[in-house]
Design a protein. Structure first.
Lengths: 478, 353
């Protein structure tokens, strides 16, 4: 019982971080509730012997200087964001005890979404919510919890429901959520109520230690300075008007419920992963340590700048990726650049592929060496960009017109028909790829097939794609 | 070790994992979402945390919490999301928390569009948030560098206890290239300043508050000394054909790739072009630019913005040489031919070889 008179161990004996002359008194005003709440928390930390495990998160508000007092690891955080910061701490340190301490402006106004979402995720943290119905630190402005008619510097005539809405009952709001395990509202009016508050704080922290999940203790607390009252008037108003509007009760208590399964998942993180596993996970050494020789390239196809274009669903991007992958496996430099965003949703897709023996500058293909046009809009749009003597591969199944220019080489491939014959029209892209490889001799068949293997996991698709590639290849050779 | 063909955005996540980062907090936004999506797959596999936060504000504050415990932590977003993170970034700079923030820039202002721009230069390089802070800003221009510079970002963040930005555009994020995956970092630095729920860190405090003006001034002075040190040691850039160049093109990110092609094309046409590519935008390679100003005739900055980096070039050149600018905005990417034409409009006589 020595602690009734002495400071708890979890409180600093001298508040050396606090500037000014008196390192033994707090910075709080006479009659302020924060100091009482602090003491209750520190006593609990002592009782549970968690001083070393505790990480205390100070808000922005009068409790911003929580670290003057709590003798444990302290983190001071941006206004309203304590629950988000606490999330980051707790996920990193599942064995710690994270106490997130907030005022009503901090928690219910600017940080409203942060507390809602942390509660809804069931973060295994303890939130101490000090509701004094006002912004104390900034000089008595209205809080979301300010009572109707209550005068503040920003509601000089008193809060009106018409202009500012009704005071927010945060505990009730959070109690509608599935995840929180414990929500209680207490008040620090008299000794009896303080004992109840103490119990609530203990329960909130114990829940966390047992891995049960999100606990929330709302504490109605006086702010004589902000309320422009003497400490005793403040106490009276707290016990009367405040409790009338914010009834004291346990709003949620998932007693006896098995520890939150989510909590268990969070705890399972942090398992050891070896170097070789890490390398495997990031993909190193997986698909293709294989290398393929560069074939003798047909003239005019050195370092080609290629554009593949068609409509969404034709596998345009994959076609380009297989080219780039095959090039990589053949020790070329390669870039692949997709059209992305709304352009694609409009139904057309295209990608730019550059394959080169030298380091590639711009990955953009404007001056085009090879155009693979899988549908008519693609030919219409990009035909003009092909350089003189360049190659245009036309999907003649879907494009009825001929290439208008006579200074380019045009090859007509009935890609969709050939794919249809194989029973899968979606492999038209592979037919086109086969045709291109046959024309250019840029890459070996093996390198393309190895790329296919890396990209297409299911064996039946692999076979189908291989047949389509061959069909395209042969259509050109004939 | 073998190479993999991956997007820049995917390379960022792999770099982060190889750097020992095990905490990712994000919020979806195009064109950065693949970073979060890839992290959602890979981070749990390596025993890390992935969480989709309630907002970018939530995400940066979760990173703040994770970083405070000494963990390597990161987030990624795109321009509008980065705007929301700025308060948190300022706090992290003030509290000296190491963290990595990836910005895959898109068109602005406002909702703008999702096409690539480089208009967050000022926001990232000049502070953006409140207070006397600077960030380290790295600008990759390939998928390989998205991996490598993310790893370096973590190293620098820890070395200097400061947030580091990986600043790329939609193209660098979306582009696929072969990437050689480096070795995982074997040992992470110990952080005796962190708060990790142990007796050893019981007296530690992570905070950016200094109520006393003298103390805050001293804290700021200490930050400035740190930034000076970073400026002396950590400038990164690349040069192509600058030795005899009469016009030095300057660009970063995807633009530097296009400028490389411009130099090649220009040289073919007998123009003495060279390229200086800042890799670190902060610290900026101003000393090298000043040096080059002694010999070259002019500088030509190209950006996908209204001209933000060009001011840093002008500061470095100190009016010794003309510094011309060409920019595109709104997500249009300048082509090699287009830039070459612009350069030719400004051609000094001497620039013809
Ligand atoms: C982004 C931001 N907006 C506003 C402020 C100013 N501010 C500091 S404390 C505070 C309100 C604090 O009120 P409350 O959370 O109720 O705590 P109390 O001081 O009453 O304990 C405000 C608005 C700030 N620090 N940061
Ligand atoms: S202003 Fe109010 S909340 Fe702040 S210390 Fe004074 S009494 Fe407490």
């Amino acid at each position: 019982m020595k602690k009734v008179l002495e400071k708890p161990d979890s409180f600093y004996d001298e508040f050396v971080r606090k500037p000014g002359a008196n390192p033994h008194s707090t910075h709080y005003c006479p009659g302020c509730g924060h100091g009482v709440v602090h003491k209750l928390i520190a006593e609990t930390m002592d009782d549970f012997e968690i001083q070393d495990r505790t990480v205390f998160v100070s808000p922005v508000g009068c409790a911003v200087f929580g670290y003057y007092y709590f003798h444990c690891g302290n983190i001071q955080v941006p206004h309203g964001r304590a629950p988000a910061v606490a999330t980051g701490i707790k996920r990193a340190l599942p064995d710690s005890v994270v106490i997130s301490y907030q005022g009503d402006g901090d928690l219910a106004a600017i940080g409203g979404n942060n507390i809602l979402q942390a509660a809804n995720r069931g973060e295994n943290i303890t939130v101490i919510f000090v509701n004094n119905a006002i912004y104390g630190m900034t000089g008595s402005q209205m809080a979301p919890t300010t009572l109707l008619g209550q005068k503040t510097t920003t509601t000089p005539e008193g809060r009106s429901a018409a202009n500012e809405g009704y005071p927010l009952r945060v505990s009730e709001l959070l109690a509608t959520l599935e995840a929180p395990v414990y929500i209680e509202r207490v008040a620090i009016t008299d000794a009896k109520h303080v004992m109840k508050a103490r119990k609530a704080i203990r329960k909130g922290i114990q829940n966390q230690m047992e891995g049960r999940g999100f606990s929330f203790v709302e504490i109605l607390s006086s702010c004589p300075t902000g309320w422009k009252m003497t400490p005793s008037e403040a106490k009276e108003w707290l016990g009367g008007s405040m409790i009338d509007y914010f009834p004291l009760s346990v709003l949620k208590n998932k007693n006896g419920v098995h520890p939150d399964p989510d909590g268990a998942r969070k705890q399972s993180n942090g398992h050891y992963v070896s170097r070789s596993e890490i390398l495997k996970i990031v993909g190193a050494g997986s698909s293709a340590d294989r290398r393929f020789a560069q074939p003798t390239v047909s003239s005019g196809f050195d370092n080609p700048r290629i554009k593949v274009s068609g409509f969404g669903g034709q596998g345009i991007l994959l076609l380009g990726q297989l080219l780039a992958q095959g090039a990589m496996l053949s020790d070329y430099f390669a870039t692949w650049l997709p059209s992305y965003g709304p352009e694609m949703r409009g139904g057309t897709a295209n990608c730019h592929v550059i394959i080169s023996n030298e380091r590639i500058g711009s990955p953009l293909v404007t001056d085009t060496d090879v155009l693979m046009a899988m549908n008519l809009p693609s030919l219409d749009k990009f035909e003009k960009d092909v350089r003189t003597d360049g190659l245009i591969l036309v999907n003649s199944s879907l494009i009825e017109r001929r290439v208008a220019r006579d200074d380019v080489c045009s090859v007509y491939v009935p890609a969709t028909e050939l794919a249809d014959k194989l029973g899968e029209p979606k492999t038209a892209n592979m037919v086109m790829l086969g045709a291109f490889v046959a024309c250019s001799k840029l890459l070996s068949e093996e390198s393309i097939l190895a790329s296919l293997q890396a990209k297409v996991k299911r064996t039946e698709f692999l076979e189908l794609n291989r047949s389509a590639f061959n069909a395209g290849f042969e259509s050109v050779c004939q | 070790m073998s190479r993999v063909l991956i997007k820049g955005n995917e390379a960022v996540v792999r770099g982060a994992i190889l750097a020992g980062c095990r905490a990712f907090y994000g919020y979806p936004i195009t064109p950065a979402s693949e970073i979060a999506e890839t992290a959602a797959v890979l981070f749990p596999q390596v025993g890390g945390t992935f969480l989709q936060a309630e907002s970018e504000i939530g995400a940066i504050n979760m990173v703040y919490g994770a970083a405070a415990t000494g963990e390597r932590a990161m987030t990624a977003s795109s321009s509008p999301g980065i705007s929301l993170k700025l308060e948190g970034i300022s706090y992290a700079a003030g509290s000296e928390l190491p963290m990595v923030i990836v910005d895959i820039m898109r068109g602005g202002p406002g909702l703008g569009n999702i096409a690539p721009e480089q208009s967050d230069y000022n926001q990232m390089v000049k502070g953006g948030g409140h207070g006397n802070y600077k960030l380290i800003v790295l600008a990759p221009n390939s998928a390989q560098e998205m991996c490598d510079l993310t790893m370096r970002a973590f190293e620098l963040a820890d070395r200097y206890r400061t947030p580091v930005i990986v600043l790329a555009d939609g193209f660098v994020g979306q582009m696929m290239e072969p990437v050689q995956l480096p070795e995982p970092v074997a040992e992470l630095p110990s952080k005796d300043w962190c708060v990790n729920g142990t007796a050893a860190t019981r007296d530690n405090l992570i905070s950016s508050i200094y109520m006393d003006p003298d103390e805050l001034e001293e804290h700021n002075a200490k930050l400035q000394r740190k930034y000076d040190k970073i400026e002396q040691r950590e400038i990164l850039w690349e040069e192509i054909e600058t030795e005899d160049a009469e016009i030095i093109l300057v660009g970063y990110g995807i633009v530097s790739r296009i400028l490389q092609s411009v130099v090649e094309e220009g040289r073919k046409r007998g123009l003495a072009l060279g390229l200086l590519r800042p890799i670190s935008l902060c610290p900026f390679p101003a000393p090298r630019i000043a040096e080059l100003a002694e010999t070259t005739e002019m500088f030509f900055a190209v950006e996908m913005s209204n001209g933000q980096m060009v001011h840093d070039i002008r500061l470095a050149v100190r009016h010794k040489r003309p510094v011309e600018f060409y920019g595109r905005m709104g997500g249009s990417v300048p082509t090699t031919q287009e830039i070459l034409a612009k350069v030719q409009e400004h051609l000094p006589e001497k620039a013809r070889i």
